[in-house]
Write a protein that binds this ligand. Structure first.
Ligand code: GLP
Length: 239
């Protein structure tokens, strides 16, 4: 695992976007693994800028990590909507080649179908990851098996709390999600995890310096031969 520490969040996001752009320039038909969350917004903004300067996504395929169960695809907090608004709507990627787990059908069927698409079109060449404050990747919460595959999971209290800010006051946020498993994620040829801000520092320390354990699902990346962790100074403060 390689750790890159940028001076601030903007530089960390820029370095992440630059790596994705370089991969696409070298191999336009890449399979990208994509993530959601506030951390990714500046990364996608930088990719949209690059697209306006000529970077093409036309031959790429993408797989998103996860989706809430029970939200329609156009719900403001669904990850489908997030991806449309923050990236897909602004670039030339073929929507038929953008895969996101279905949160609006039977979750077991959604998970099975997703694994089938991944084995048909994968492996993922470059997987982008964020990091939960509790060490989750995708929605693989602490105690998720490191051998887990795409499945339906219950969200932890800490994740529900962290993500509540995105939902309207009167609305009950979903408590379950469909997520690629830890084993599914680490099958990617290359992994790029971006974490910024002091609230991620403890999870970063557990991921990089702690034991490899299901208590911190991100620690599984220690075994990946091409995993790069991109941090700002605040997220790296406990290393
Ligand atoms: C969410 C997503 C994760 C994401 C994480 C961090 O729960 N399922 O894929 O990495 O939270 O989000 P943020 O970047 O908003 O801190």
């Amino acid at each position: 695992m390689r750790v890159l520490i940028a001076p601030d969040g903007a530089a960390a996001a820029e370095a992440t976007a630059a790596r994705i752009a370089a991969r696409l320039e070298a191999a336009p038909a890449s399979v990208l693994g994509l993530a959601t969350g506030g951390t990714m917004e500046p990364v996608y903004a930088a990719l949209i800028d690059r697209h306006r300067q000529g970077l093409s996504f036309a031959q790429a395929t993408s797989f998103n990590l996860d989706e809430y169960v029970g939200l329609a695809g156009d719900h403001p907090q669904s990850y489908r909507r997030y991806m449309r608004e923050h990236l897909f709507g602004e670039i030339d990627i073929d929507p038929a080649r953008c895969f996101i787990p279905r949160g609006d059908i039977d979750p077991e069927k959604a998970a099975e179908g997703y694994e089938a698409e991944l084995s048909r079109l994968g492996p993922i060449d470059l997987q982008l990851l964020g990091l939960g404050r509790n060490g989750h990747i995708g929605f693989n919460e602490p105690t998720s098996s490191l051998a887990s595959r795409t499945r339906c999971v219950r969200l932890s209290a800490s994740t529900l709390e962290a993500n509540r800010r995105f939902f309207d006051g009167g609305e009950t946020p979903p408590t379950t999600a469909v997520t690629m498993g830890v084993a599914t994620i680490i099958e990617a040829r290359e992994i790029l995890l971006l974490a910024v801000g002091a609230e991620k520092a403890q999870a970063v320390q557990a991921m990089v310096e702690g034991p490899v354990t299901a208590i911190c699902p991100a620690s599984a990346l220690q075994f990946h031969e091409r995993a790069t962790i991109v941090l700002d100074a605040a997220a790296a403060a406990r290393l």
